[in-house]
Design a protein around this ligand. Structure first.
Ligand code: ATP
Length: 223
């Protein structure tokens, strides 16, 4: 257990969650344990800047996140990006979290390796590490892809730590890479399965599947 002198650590998992699946949930669970986190906030992206506009509304995607995490006291939904207009930039979310929480909290932004390969295209990406730490996890599909852009190699060299205590000792500034159970699950694969009337059982919780069914969310769309 964490000693009380340590800063509280809050994990942040932003995503389109179109829909949420066990890959997201398992990543959050395993990172919580590996990094000794106090909470994980799931933050659905209302208007993802790097993806085509999802046909399923942010309200539906957020409702599915709420259902998926309902039985885990460590997890909570933060719908702050649904309350903003315009593109949902992570830097804006982190800044508003910093205003809401005190400086004495460590924020740890979770990222799959696929997302990290494009991190240098994110809005004001170089400022993000001044507001949080980053925890990277390898994603099966992209494990053997091309090397990182030089600028991200340098970024990693400057911020990388293997000592998870660093994330408690400072509230921002470190990048760690954690091994988790590789689950080759994606929202894209779930949308595709449902569009062709295949089952998405065992890829996402049953209450999410029921919600999708009730609202007929993916049966005619693939984006
Ligand atoms: P899509 O297939 O629509 O692109 P996705 O499955 O990648 O969606 P997102 O909501 O875009 O899901 O992902 C949010 C974050 O979770 C990203 O950082 C992504 O890398 C990570 N992530 C998603 N699925 C997995 C997985 N199976 N294992 C590890 N990380 C994952």
């Amino acid at each position: 257990m964490k000693k009380s002198a340590h800063k509280p650590l809050i994990g942040i998992l932003g995503g389109t969650f179109n829909p949420i699946h066990f890959g997201h949930l398992r990543m959050a669970q395993e990172l919580s344990e590996a990094l000794n986190l106090n909470k994980v906030r799931f933050i659905p992206s209302a208007n993802p800047p790097h993806k085509p506009t999802p046909l399923v509304t942010a309200e539906h995607r957020s409702a599915m996140v709420k259902l998926a995490i309902a039985d885990n006291p460590l997890f909570e939904l933060d719908d702050c990006e649904l309350r903003r207009t315009g593109a949902s930039y992570t830097i804006d979310t982190l800044q508003s979290l910093r205003e809401e929480l005190t400086e004495n909290v460590s924020l740890v932004l979770f990222m799959g390796s696929d997302a990290f390969t494009k991190f240098n295209t994110w809005h004001r990406w170089q400022e993000i590490i001044d507001l949080c730490h980053i925890a990277l996890v390898r994603r099966p599909l992209v494990a053997n892809k091309a090397p990182l852009p030089n600028v991200l190699e340098t970024f990693l060299r400057n911020h990388y730590t293997e000592d998870v205590n660093d994330l408690q000792d400072s509230s921002t500034g470190f990048v760690t890479m954690q091994s988790i159970t590789p689950l080759d699950i994606s929202s894209t694969a779930i949308r595709n399965a449902l569009q062709y009337n295949h089952s998405a059982r065992y890829l996402t919780p049953n209450n999410v599947l029921e919600y999708i069914d009730t609202h007929q969310l993916y049966h005619t769309t693939i984006t």
